[in-house]
Design a binder for this molecule. Structure first.
Ligand code: ATP
Ligand code: LTN
Length: 334
């Protein structure tokens, strides 16, 4: 039995090209947890349009992201891998939950503040209510656990508050979800500025390793990674660039920082960088090959998209009907 049938929900936006940070901080954990839970992994394309998107590009990226979920090792026969926009329950529940969320709560969200500063010409209502849609994603499936990076904790806290508020009025309708933060790779930093997280929206392409980068590009980016002038390889906060390289190395090889430090005891930064790039290549090369194989099988991906949207719609309809009844919407006549 899957962890007493406990449910897991998570999602990623199809904006920009995924980085090694997205893989080590999120996707890799998803795969590790997939056998333990009943899992829903969504490509949250509805969240993506809170920032202006080119339609053809969004469609291409959303499909590429769904393919990547499978290439990373998620089995669409077991985990439900689907597009958020294919399940209308997300929008329907989000509307209801927005009536149980306060303006003051949404005003405090740091992601809203950051994104509205970055897109000052398009501070739309969707950007403001983004966390309500995220709460709907999670609560619709009665998720027990939500694996996310540290940056999403505030949204998860709000989800828990909304669920508890609703439950206190209408009884036990929603499961109150717990966050899951991975131990290794929870925050991979930029290769060009180890004080900043590696991000897919970074303007400097040398700051991030993209999941589809070829081996030479990976070697070049690692070689150029910012370190320091200490000349020793130790795992400590005073050497953030070296620490980040060791984190990447450990996350890719499943070694501990102690083991890695011992391994590189008598090495220079050049050797460390070489070892890191080879470790990254050995993780990404098979992933890239699976992506290319899957991309050729259009019929298979189409079937996954179709079948899993139906599964997700069915699973979510149970919660949605219950919520509609609780708030007092008239019953449907069959
Ligand atoms: P953007 O730069 O567009 O804001 P992002 O790269 O931060 O995007 P998201 O789509 O916001 O990525 O996040 C997808 C998942 O990847 C989240 O669970 C997030 O916590 C995780 N994640 C993102 N960047 C990193 C990183 N550098 N290290 C570890 N995990 C990360
Ligand atoms: N905001 C999240 C993406 C996201 C999500 C979710 C994550 C949307 N809905 C539900 C977990 C659960 C982000 O990573 N930027």
């Amino acid at each position: 039995m899957l962890n007493g049938n406990k449910v897991l929900f998570s999602g990623m936006q199809a904006t920009g090209n995924l980085t090694l940070g997205n893989y080590l901080g999120a996707l890799k954990n998803w795969v590790a947890l997939a056998d333990e839970y009943e899992c829903y992994y969504s490509v949250v394309d509805m969240h993506s349009i809170t920032v202006r998107q080119d339609p053809a590009e969004l469609r291409r990226r959303a499909r590429a992201l769904l393919t990547l979920y499978i290439a990373a090792g998620l089995d669409p026969e077991k985990s439900c891998i689907y597009f958020q926009s294919h399940v209308s329950g997300h929008a329907e529940l989000a509307w209801i939950l927005s009536c149980f969320t306060y303006m003051g709560e949404l005003n405090r969200m740091t992601q809203f503040k950051d994104k509205s500063a970055k897109h000052a010409d398009n501070i739309n209502a969707g950007l403001f209510t983004y966390p309500v849609l995220m709460a709907a994603d999670i609560l619709l499936y009665q998720a027990d656990v939500v694996p996310v990076g540290i940056d999403q904790m505030q949204h998860l806290e709000l989800t828990r508050d909304i669920a508890q508020r609703f439950n206190s009025i209408y009884g036990d309708v929603f499961t109150v979800p717990e966050p899951y933060i991975g131990k290794i790779g929870a925050k991979i930093m930029s290769l060009q500025d180890p004080a900043k997280k590696m991000s897919k929206s970074d303007e400097n392409p040398n700051a991030s390793i993209y999941l589809m980068d070829d081996p030479d590009t990976i070697r070049r980016k690692c070689k150029r990674a910012v370190t320091d002038s200490e000349g020793v390889i130790l795992y400590r906060d005073e050497q953030p660039g070296v620490k980040n390289l060791l984190d990447i190395y450990c996350a890719c090889t499943s070694k501990t920082p102690d083991e890695a430090v011992r391994e590189f005891e008598s090495c220079g930064y050049g050797q460390l960088k070489e070892a890191v790039s080879e470790a990254v290549i050995s993780v990404l090369a098979p992933l890239q090959e699976r992506v290319r194989d899957l991309e050729k099988d259009k019929a298979y991906i189409d079937k996954v998209i179709h079948d899993n949207a139906e599964r997700a719609a069915y699973a979510s309809s149970k919660t949605l009907r219950k919520v509609q009844k609780k708030v007092g919407f008239p019953e449907r006549i069959r």
